[in-house]
Design a protein around this ligand. Structure first.
Ligand code: CU
Length: 308
């Protein structure tokens, strides 16, 4: 676990916390104002304390009725106001020209990010999000048509928005604190829902720019010794469903040793038309077709062959 609810890492975090805090305190006031009189009356009018002839039916009390209409209405107005204003901050997208817009794809069961092309025309595709500190970031989010609803949730920023197949949803943030933050899927989406995680790395501007303008896989300090093939495997979310290092079954069959058992064509077909040949003991319709570039495919097949 990285930074979560314990940190306040985005510009609107304090607004959201204030709305939650005010709603929480008012809810306690409401709760006590109902439950405390209830307990008091139960005690005061207990059977041994009241005689039948003392019981009087009160038909109407205008003062009371006005009180219990006006006070809760005012409280609701306060709930609404703080909820509405902080919601509006979250839902009003900043000016796109001065923001960085990243495409986010959520699918069973991984997240991936596609950046706009840099000056050299290179498009970064990553499994974790890298952004500069103090910068407006817009996330344009979607899921493949044959997938299910997910939700992109960043506890440290207090932001969450559904990711819906066939629909574009947006979310923005501006993080003021350099650090690494958890991203979770907050909409139950099947077997590996709880492993549908990602990270946001908020880094300094110079490191971000140097990385963005290069074709390096990750900014300085985040490089992982990973073969091209493994990168392709992880950036496409294959690791969400397939193990390679051992024979454990996540969702699909383990791919350990498949590069030896099957030829390259078999793997290409398994990616292009997963439902044509179904691995024994598994069902169709779970793995979606993938179209990889020639280069990525070669690296992937190499990786499945010798783990490099
Ligand atoms: Cu999900």
């Amino acid at each position: 676990m990285l930074e979560g609810f314990g940190s306040r890492a985005a510009t609107f975090t304090a607004d959201v916390d204030q709305a939650i805090y005010i709603n929480f305190v008012l809810s306690i006031v409401l709760f006590l104002s109902v439950v405390a009189p209830m307990l008091y009356f139960a005690w005061k009018y207990r059977e041994s304390n009241v005689k039948d002839e003392n019981i009087e039916n009160i038909v109407h009390h205008t003062g009371l009725e006005i009180t219990w209409t006006v006070i809760p209405t005012l409280m609701l107005a306060v709930f609404f106001w703080y909820g509405y204003t902080s919601m509006r901050t979250l839902r009003t997208m900043p000016d796109a020209a001065s923001s960085i817009t990243v495409q986010v794809e959520g699918k069973k069961w991984s997240w991936n990010y596609t950046y706009p092309a840099n000056a050299n025309g290179y498009v970064h595709k990553t499994a974790e999000l890298f952004v500069p500190v103090d910068q407006n970031i817009i996330l344009e989010m979607g899921a493949p048509l044959n997938d299910v609803i997910h939700s992109y949730f960043v506890p440290a920023f207090r932001m969450k928005e559904d990711v819906v197949p066939g629909r574009l949803t947006k979310q923005w943030f501006n993080s003021t604190v350099i650090g690494n933050y958890d991203v979770e899927c907050a909409e139950y989406c099947g077997t590996r829902h709880s492993y549908m995680l990602s990270k946001i790395h908020v880094i300094d501007r110079a490191t971000y720019d140097a990385w963005f303008n290069s074709d390096a896989k990750a900014p300085a300090g985040f490089e992982v010794a990973m073969s091209k093939g493994q990168e392709v495997f992880e950036a496409n979310g294959c690791n969400g469903c397939h193990s390679v290092a051992d024979d454990s079954i996540l969702v699909g069959p383990s791919l350990m040793g498949i590069g030896e058992k099957k030829d390259a064509q078999y793997i290409k077909d398994a990616l292009a038309t997963p439902d044509k040949v179904i691995a024994e003991g598994f069902s169709a319709g779970i793995m979606t077709p993938y179209t990889l570039s020639e280069e990525d495919m070669t690296a992937l097949i190499q990786y499945l062959k010798d783990g490099k």
